[in-house]
Design a protein around this ligand. Sequence first.
Ligand code: NDP
Length: 308
Amino acid sequence: MTYTFADLRRWREVTAASSPPLRLSVFGDPVEHSASPPMHNAALEKCGVDARYTRLHIRPEELGEALRLLPGAGFIGANLTIPHKAAALPFLDAIDEHARKIGAVNTVLVEGERLTGFNTDGPGLVRAVRAEFGVDIRDLRVMVLGAGGGAGRAISLQCAIERCSRLALVNRTFEKARALAAELEPYLKSSRLLGPAARLEAVPWEEPLLKRQLEHTDLIINATSQGMKRTDARLLPASLLTPNLLVYDTIYGAGRTPLLLAAEEAGARGANGLSMLLHQGALAFEIWFGREAPIEEMRAALLKRQED
Ligand code: NDP
């Protein structure tokens, strides 16, 4: 079920029959694809919380008023997805320091009339990489593809905050990668990695340049939207990849993405974005309820949704 802004204005009336009451939601446009409701509802049920999570289709021009309606409608919080993550900032009462640095919010906490914004995408990615590959971002030389997009920016900033061994920022529109590199420079100033490659670099999307960069890379993260459709062309040819590489594709869904197929062909280890979705959700749950999230129930709900 997907609700609308008009429903939110009369929330208690419109959802009066819902038991437990709907007190959490993801806002998006579009939002029908979101896997957050089954994941969070499994967690709420497991923890015995008298609340459930739903979807709200909120258009950009409705966002400010929709957020301000949350306290009166009895909400505990909300998640924000495309296109609201950056647009929400002016409508919140407080923004946690990490979300402010990223310039985007994916989680809102309601306390009385007060709305506070957080961003769990970057920390979720760090937990996902640790869970999938058994390594910490800070020990890896990372290449972010799509560093100029919303998710790419959050991930790149997180890698810089974690002080990863090396960070290569790649984006189709090169100027965005260059601007981000300038912004992240203060985090990666120290010369921890001694060697021929700079610790932080913006890289134009050109195959010979990527090939050279990959010699100094342990982990490739795809944060572009290329690959969401199975018919999308491969982001990188298998011939560029080597078996020692780890490949994390933030895209999630059933089956392997074109990039993960290329990784498999090259003998490299790969993982898709389901674990990032899971861990960013678990961190949001911890913000709303101040307790550890039941991660196994959440994962099972996501996997079940994939099968359906
Ligand atoms: P944005 O629209 O903000 O960014 C899209 C990015 O993709 C830009 O860097 C853009 O480059 C690049 N891009 C688009 N098409 C191509 C192409 N054909 N070749 C190369 N680069 C391309 O989207 P988001 O950042 O919100 O989302 C990006 C991805 O992250 C999505 O696939 C989404 O599923 C995933 N994601 C996953 C999450 C998870 O929990 N697993 C959470 C959030 C996002 P340019 O700047 O040149 O336009």
